[in-house]
Design a protein around this ligand. Sequence first.
Ligand code: MN
Length: 387
Amino acid sequence: MIAYGVFSSTDDHSPRVAARIGLNIIDLARLCELGVLDKINLAYFTSNSLNDFIRQGYSFRQIVKQAVEQVVDTVTNDPHSELMAAVFALNQVKLYMPVKIGGYTDFYASKQHATNIGKIFRPDNPLMPNWVHMPIAYNGRASSVVVSGHPVKRPHGQILVDGSPQFDCCKKLDFEVELGVVIGKDSVLGEPINIDNAAEHIFGVCVVNDWSARDIQAWEYQPLGPFNSKSFLTSISAFIVPLEELSAYKVEAQPQDPQPLPYLQDKNAHSYDIRLEVRLATAKCHEGIVIGRSNFQDIYWTMSQWIAHHTVTGCNLKVGDLLASGTISGNERGNLGSLMELTINGKESIELPNGEQRTFLENGDSIIIDAYCGHEIIGEVSGTVVK
Ligand code: MN
């Protein structure tokens, strides 16, 4: 499986576009310089984002992929090949934000998650009536989307304490396990994307952690939804996996009842079998503990439905835009994608192997989310909380 990102090597500090295969990084700009991709515009690869590369589309990617696979074959058979100059070990490079994100939208596409959260606030009526009729979303903040590894500075904000608002640091810092779609083709302002063509607008997927301040969220979210509680930081994996790389993991989508309105009826409704595993580690317990395992295939609303709904008014999407799934949760306690659900808003705690207890994240805690297709890792996103 091939994925794309932006890296720099220790001997050359300029960021450039790379392909990742397994634990190897292939420097695509260097391949151009070595004459392997000689008919290709070097500027696509000397850029500090994937956007121009993404814009070239599917057939261009296939040319690049073939070249990269040949290079991997060559250097495997001949470690003295001059092409080795373009090959780096993943653990020896610096990774950067892979895309310039113009817009970030966060959906709420997992029925289990929406139900679990709803139950905490409205036990008798957990799912809002609109939820089964459209993929609910809010416009997130693109400027604070960062690459995996970026520290998570604990936010301050307004928190309701004993009925009155106080300005304080967040005491209920949480994560959200999500999968993100990176848009690969611009749409035209004023023209909705038909659901049948929606997949053509996807470049690929990344792993997302939508960090959340639950105490700030509880006070601010009505009537317009989350604002400061979400905008302080969102982390994504350093590599984006093109959608075509996931075709072997296509599965049927979840059944939908009631049938949605025609513009949301997806004739080829499918999802992907992508397993997500979230680990909590602390300053005193480095090995940490797996606190959740969920699967993208349990998501109710499909990626194509997100895109059709997002653009139905004529709102346009642009190359590099990020559309995230919302927290991916299953039905069991072992399949939850946020601490809010795992600890029932702080009522129950999680115990680490060294006896430490957690309800929400403390300074020094790390959250690591790994996503897998079969045995192949498709992405990792991590972050450590700092004061
Ligand atoms: Mn979210």
